[in-house]
Design a protein around this ligand. Structure first.
Ligand SMILES: *[C@@H]1O[C@H](CO)[C@@H](O)[C@H](O)[C@H]1NC(C)=O
Ligand SMILES: *[C@@H]1O[C@H](CO)[C@@H](O)[C@H](O)[C@H]1NC(C)=O
Length: 385
């Protein structure tokens, strides 16, 4: 019995790897042959073959003719973009096929669920004289000395082997990025405070927080306020799993979960890169929002499409707005460094689109120029010291 299971797993593994290489290879030869043609005339058969391979690798079900046409059209647009990106050459980031390659603009737009609060919001909930505890249980008395490189995905809770950052998650087709970003900060607090791991429920935030809008977006402050109003209680994700749609609130205080002691939050104000690095090193990952593209102009559409096809490197698309109000996608900064290939300073950022997107679920974005508004304001949380 054990042997059979092992063999089955092994075959599945080998099978997936083969089909992945097959698609990658097919894409490479398609791009090469298209780029070598001077006429720019596209080959319908080659596109169809690639599309069939894609459907197989990404487990697309048999669909109606109309649906099939719509998906092929989106997929073809992605191919055209990949080719154009290669033609332009010399970019600091690469693009490729992934689970988003056949999505429509509207579907991609829906993922951008960061809503920037209107009007003035308090930069902290700490009262005068109240201090925050650093992640390793100290009170910061001076400025942190800044290493050239830092990465929480490689950090464990002091005295343990327990990683402070949990595996990448997937918001699927729901605008719940704000819930994933906030829960990442809470899971970090759980590890550093208890020296053990607990995977917490984004669905609870999506369903129960009245001041955010479920799958239609939300922001940090309102999510934080919800957690506070719920007496800092969050159920586990295994008790309250992710459903990809908003529904009735099923939070239960007596079910598996955590009750945090009161948390404080603080904000690093706009364009304060060193302040963000200090806060990151002392207190933990930072909740940020940035502009991930939209459907409102050709440049913004191009940013939307390229970001969804991002595969690796330093993200710095042309024409990305830095204004605070255009930001629409919430993510978590977990580190920073300087790219060894391009010498560009970057933030390492955790996305919530699964671990097959980007650099194993993460991306790196240019640091120091408020790229796409990512340095507009950053939130961090901690225990009261
Ligand atoms: C793919 O896009 C190209 C460029 O816009 C177009 O010429 C071609 O007809 C499209 N092919 C399919 C199969 O949709
Ligand atoms: C992949 O995309 C399909 C739709 O194209 C969607 O239904 C599915 O949830 C996606 N899977 C993940 C893991 O994001």
């Amino acid at each position: 019995m054990e042997t059979t299971k092992f063999v089955l797993c092994f075959i599945l593994l080998v099978h997936t790897q083969v089909s992945s290489t097959e698609l990658d290879n097919a894409l490479e030869s398609f791009i090469a042959s298209t780029m070598s043609k001077s006429s720019g005339k596209s080959n319908t058969d080659a596109i169809q073959n690639l599309f069939n391979l894609y459907n197989k690798q990404y487990n697309r079900k048999i669909r109606t003719t109309n649906e099939e046409k719509l998906r092929l059209d989106s997929f073809n647009k992605t191919l055209n973009m990949l080719i154009e990106h290669r033609r332009q050459g010399d970019k600091t980031y690469t693009l490729g096929l992934n689970n988003h390659s056949d999505w429509t603009l509207d579907e991609l737009m829906k993922l951008n669920g960061a809503r920037i609060p209107e009007g003035k919001v308090p930069t902290t909930n700490a009262k005068a004289g109240e201090r925050m505890m650093t992640w390793d249980g100290k009170v910061a008395t001076s400025r942190a000395s800044l290493p050239t490189w830092y990465d929480y995905t490689m950090v464990v809770a002091s005295g343990t082997k327990i990683p402070v950052i949990q595996s990448i998650k997937n918001q699927q087709a729901c605008g719940s990025c704000y819930a994933f970003a906030t829960i990442c900060l809470l899971e970090f607090q759980y590890v550093v405070q208890t020296k053990s791991t607990l995977i917490l429920s984004e669905q609870q935030v999506v369903d129960c927080s009245k001041s955010t809008s479920g799958c239609n977006g939300g922001n940090f402050i309102n999510t934080f306020n919800y957690i506070q109003s719920n007496s800092w209680q969050v159920n586990t994700a295994s008790y309250y799993p992710y459903k990809n749609v908003a529904g009735k609130c099923l939070f239960k205080a007596t079910a598996p979960g955590v009750r945090f002691s009161p948390l404080l939050y603080n904000t690093v104000s706009s364009n304060n890169v060193v302040g963000m690095q200090q806060a990151l090193i002392y207190y933990g990952p930072l909740y940020v929002a940035f502009f991930a593209g939209s459907n409102s102009s050709p440049t913004y559409i191009s940013i939307l499409n390229k970001f969804s096809s991002y595969q690796g490197g330093i993200w710095q698309p042309n024409g990305c707005p830095t204004s605070s109000s255009t930001r629409n996608h919430a993510v978590v900064i977990v580190g920073y460094g300087v790219d060894t290939v391009t010498n560009i300073p970057y933030w390492k950022v955790r996305n919530s689109w699964g671990n097959t997107w980007g650099e194993a679920g993460y991306f790196r974005i240019r640091r120091g120029v408020n790229m796409c508004g990512i340095e507009s304001d950053a939130y961090y949380i901690a225990k009261r010291a």
